[in-house]
Design a protein around this ligand. Structure first.
Ligand code: SF4
Length: 285
């Protein structure tokens, strides 16, 4: 029986990433020298492609040399924004509109006097930005237990890094309620999850349920790619890879249904290369 290779019904570039790349490529087309503050998306292939167009990446303000700086789709804190503006740089803002909504939600909670807890990875650029919008009494954590270190106010707001999973966010909220009640009198939970990410996670789950191997294509530092692998791995043999060259022939042995999914920052070419390589290995198996 031939090996079936199936792509998830939703995979690869989301609208926020396509938008960010379109904005920056358009600016580069006007021959501006552009620097991005951190990688525009968490994918080495995309960053390399943009580098060929003269778009370079720096990791901090002190490395800035060019007059045009691009804010990535992950957004930045108001403090960093003010620092950029004070240097009178030309700013290209590619912050994803969904991240922007999360920033506004964080700001609104802080202004209303809520302490803010963000369900997310404290070192992720999106979360660092969100913390800036959430005011002085805010923290980011993936572990409800860390809440014991938080200076609890009577009003507490909870929101999520946009790319987290819905199930894990719900479990986190449940854990926090168990810890902070009865001290907290008012709890406000804002759904800041990105539907694009949720669609990819649901599609990956459906694929994992009918496959005997799933390949997850995407950057190792891409949070949403990691979550896709986490969704699939309890159900089926799962291998996260960045490029087709990482595929190990032994993975294919004895497999009948191979699924492919990809993170929101994975370009179409990378998915295509992986598909072709798997097809060729399956044909010769
Ligand atoms: S995954 Fe969602 S929040 Fe992140 S860039 Fe894409 S659309 Fe925006």
């Amino acid at each position: 029986m031939p090996v079936q290779i199936e792509k998830a019904s939703e995979l690869g570039f989301c609208f926020g990433v396509r938008r960010a790349i379109r904005i920056i490529e358009k600016a580069a087309g006007k021959q501006e020298r552009i620097t991005t503050l951190g990688p525009i998306v968490h994918n080495r292939l995309v960053v390399a492609r943009l580098a060929e167009k003269g778009i370079r990446v720096v990791n901090g303000l002190d490395e800035l040399q060019d007059e045009t700086v691009a804010i990535t789709s992950h957004g930045i804190s108001p403090e960093l924004s003010a620092q950029l503006q004070s240097r009178q740089l030309h700013i290209i803002d590619t912050t994803c509109p969904i991240v922007r909504s999360a920033q506004k939600a964080a700001k609104k909670l802080a202004q209303a006097g809520f302490g803010v807890v963000i369900f997310g990875e404290a070192n992720h650029p999106e979360v660092k930005g969100l913390l800036g919008w959430a005011g002085d009494n805010a923290m980011a954590t993936l572990d409800g237990e860390e809440m014991i270190h938080f200076n609890l106010s009577r009003r507490l707001g909870i929101l999520s890094q946009t790319t987290q999973s819905r199930t894990q966010f719900a479990e986190f909220v449940d854990r926090v309620i168990g810890i902070v009640f009865p001290h907290v009198q008012e709890l406000r939970v804002i759904n800041t999850l990105c539907e694009e990410t949720q669609k990819r996670q649901r599609a990956a789950l459906e694929l994992a349920e009918k496959s005997d191997l799933v390949i997850v294509v995407g950057g190792r530092n891409s949070a949403n790619t990691q979550h896709l692998a986490e969704v699939c791995s309890p159900l089926v043999e799962t291998h996260p890879i960045e490029a087709a060259t990482e595929i190990d022939e032994s993975w294919i042995s004895g497999k009948r249904h191979i699924g492919i999914t990809a993170g929101a920052s994975t370009p179409d070419e990378a998915i295509q290369e992986v598909t072709l390589k798997l097809q060729s290995l399956a044909d010769n198996a």
